[in-house]
Design a protein around this ligand. Structure first.
Ligand SMILES: [Zn+2]
Length: 203
């Protein structure tokens, strides 16, 4: 245990995912050694994240405006929606440059043991998007790109059941080949791109 502010900082950093006490300590002492203006930039970035990040009203991705960059782009194919767990998965799929459609961010995956049921995810919003044909575009394909782990698979199964009754809609899942138990964001672009182009129909 250190004294005063440095320990407070270590305690706060240790709460961040993937850091742990040792990593937190290393970052805290690094910050102690950097110039003031670097600290100011970090404080300002944290403030902007707290105050200025909003979520796209359409897809749930992080956005700087009402609509995210992708939903606001008329060139994106509105007939295909790729369903992912988190905004970071949108970035992972964008990096493959294989997908030209739109996204829907669920905000997690089904995990009943930890209190995450369908109502905690943006599934109702997805169904509303499909039912709402105001823009004159029929969605023809839903690509389920949840993580290749137990929760992701359970979520995919649930979505197939919910989407089965939409006429003319095909529901596809990323091809196998992604490391099982992993996180979509950790798959390299090539593997993820292949999984996307080799997707299979589920319903
Ligand atoms: Zn959006």
């Amino acid at each position: 245990m250190y004294e005063g502010p440095i320990q407070d900082l270590i305690d706060e950093l240790a709460k961040l995912p993937g850091l742990g006490p040792k990593g937190a300590q290393r970052i805290a002492f690094h910050l102690l050694s950097v110039e003031n203006k670097e600290i100011d930039r970090l404080i300002s970035a944290l403030g902007h994240v707290r105050d200025d990040v909003t979520f796209c009203v359409e897809c749930g991705n992080v956005a700087a405006n009402k609509l995210c960059r992708i939903c606001a782009d008329a060139r994106r194919d509105a007939t295909k929606i790729c369903v992912v767990e988190e905004p970071k998965d949108v970035q992972a799929i964008e990096r493959t440059k294989e997908f030209t459609g739109r996204y829907h961010v669920l905000g997690g995956a089904l995990d009943p043991l930890n209190g995450v049921g369908p109502d905690q995810l943006r599934i109702r919003e997805l169904l509303r998007r499909l039912a709402d044909q105001d823009d004159g575009v029929d969605v023809s394909e839903i690509i389920v790109a949840t993580d290749p782990n137990t929760e992701g698979e359970a979520t995919a199964t649930y979505l197939v059941r919910m989407l089965r009754d939409f006429p003319g809609l095909s529901v596809t899942r990323l091809a196998s080949g992604l490391p099982m138990g992993g996180d979509l964001e950790f798959a390299d672009e090539l593997t993820l791109g292949r999984a996307l182009s080799g997707r299979r129909v589920l319903s």
